[in-house]
Design a protein around this ligand. Structure first.
Ligand SMILES: Cc1cc2nc3c(=O)[nH]c(=O)nc-3n(C[C@H](O)[C@H](O)[C@H](O)COP(=O)(O)OP(=O)(O)OC[C@H]3O[C@@H](n4cnc5c(N)ncnc54)[C@H](O)[C@@H]3O)c2cc1C
Length: 396
């Protein structure tokens, strides 16, 4: 196990990275934002846009060059995320489970054969991975999951139902958390399994209809007598599954915070552009101090969320993984984008409620950031427990 190596990637050379950032800015403006209406209307990212996302390297930003990735530092990944999430967050959803939740676990805990099999194909976007933890009776309380993996002569047999699994309908690989036993106190021993799509006994259900993020595909996964070999067990050993999952979750929470910054930037820019154009009482509504208060407050909160997320990313690169600071950034940035989106609807007035303007869609899209990768309540709880035990000087 090599927890720090992944977070201490040397990163791209500064000049090379700045050129890549500029390329991503152009791609976001010309391709991603340009296709938002098509994605929303068809509930699908067009295949040629996904191909362009692969070609430009987005599936490989978190993996080392050894595995055909771009080997960016967490700070560089976060700065990139600030850019491409100024387009619909649905694009980010398409590769987020691959670059964060799933690849980071395999990178840190996988056997050499597992890394060889999956990481290069994940970096190129050939393999989309779905992270399968949540169940009907195990959401925030993930440790109470009911999916089981029992030993067979050749490996394991899995049974259970997962729900709300992002990219399940499009995945080539399912990364499944399952109980392989329990200790004397009845606490579940959780292990992680890498199961190729098409393996008999594992089937995604129909796509959920969601409040927002149309084009992001989420479904249940039905696992029924799914037999896998020993080689499917992540790291080749049973147990330690929640710790392995947290490796991916901490990476993903940092990226959710960065996504909230990108979405806030877009939403506030849209609101300001509208306020400068729209006139009432013979003047642009941007001239009214009541609106300036909302714009000023949003701009300051955006700056705070951006600064905190960058600081957390730098700490991530320096190691050890600053899980409490990550919780602070995820909670603060997701609450911030929600407030900014709500104010933006108010600034636009009736137009903020019309689907003919992107603000209504963005408002619906950002609601989920306070829920997935750990709700705001569970982040607050964990932050508070840590502060009470260790004081507030904290990890930063
Ligand atoms: C669009 C979407 C995509 C998702 N993608 C994935 C995915 O790819 N893979 C995956 O495994 N999961 C995924 N999830 C699941 C997500 O992580 C869970 O929804 C989330 O962890 C909350 O679990 P729950 O929905 O069961 O809510 P619950 O755990 O039932 O929580 C309900 C409420 O109770 C509160 N609560 C619960 N426990 C406590 C506590 N101890 N103290 C205070 N308050 C508490 C919560 O904050 C919340 O307000 C996704 C969810 C959504 C909505």
């Amino acid at each position: 196990m090599n927890t720090q190596a992944a977070s201490r990637q040397p990163g791209s050379e500064p000049d090379e990275f700045e050129a890549y950032l500029e390329k991503i800015r152009r791609f976001t403006r010309d391709v991603l934002i340009g296709h938002e209406d098509v994605v929303e209307a068809s509930d699908e990212i067009p295949a040629d846009v996904v191909d362009q996302m692969r070609d430009i390297g987005l599936f490989g930003i978190s993996l080392p060059k050894q595995w055909s990735g771009l080997e960016l530092t967490q700070e560089q990944q976060v700065r990139l995320t600030f850019e491409f999430t100024q387009a619909s967050a649905v694009y980010r959803s398409r590769f987020s489970t691959t670059i964060g939740l799933c690849s980071q676990m395999i990178l840190d805990y996988g056997t050499p054969a597992q890394k060889e099999t999956y990481l290069p194909r994940m970096a190129s976007g050939q393999v989309t991975a779905a992270f399968c933890l949540t169940e009907r009776n195990a959401g925030t309380d993930a440790g109470s999951l009911e999916t089981t993996a029992t030993r067979t002569p050749k490996g394991f047999k899995l049974n259970g139902i997962k729900r709300y699994i992002t990219n399940a309908p499009d995945a080539e690989l399912f990364v499944v958390m399952a109980a392989t036993g329990e200790d004397e106190n009845g606490k579940k021993d959780i292990s992680v399994f890498l199961i190729d799509a098409g393996t008999p006994g594992i089937t995604p259900g129909p796509r959920e209809r969601m409040m927002g993020q149309r084009g992001s595909h989420v479904s249940e996964i039905f696992i029924e007598d799914c037999e896998v070999g020993e080689d499917a067990l992540l790291g080749g050993k049973v147990g330690n599954g929640l710790k392995m999952a947290l490796r991916g979750i901490n990476h993903a929470r940092t990226h959710v915070a960065a996504t909230c910054v990108g979405q806030s930037t877009r939403i506030l820019s849209e609101a300001i552009a509208y306020a400068k154009e729209r006139e009432q009482f013979g003047q642009p509504i941007a001239d009214f101090q009541a609106l300036q208060t909302m714009i000023g407050e949003s701009r300051a909160e955006l700056a705070a969320a951006r600064a905190l997320t960058l600081e957390v990313a730098r700490k991530f690169d320096a190691g050890p993984i600053p899980h409490i600071d990550i919780a602070c950034a995820k909670m603060f940035a997701s609450e911030t984008v929600w407030r900014i989106a709500d104010r933006a609807v108010q600034i636009l007035g009736g137009m903020g409620y019309m689907e003919s303007h992107p603000i209504a869609r963005l408002f619906r899209d950002v609601r989920v950031f306070r829920i997935f990768e750990g709700t705001s309540q569970i982040q607050q709880l964990n932050i508070a427990k840590h502060a009470i035990k260790h004081g507030v000087s904290g990890q930063l």
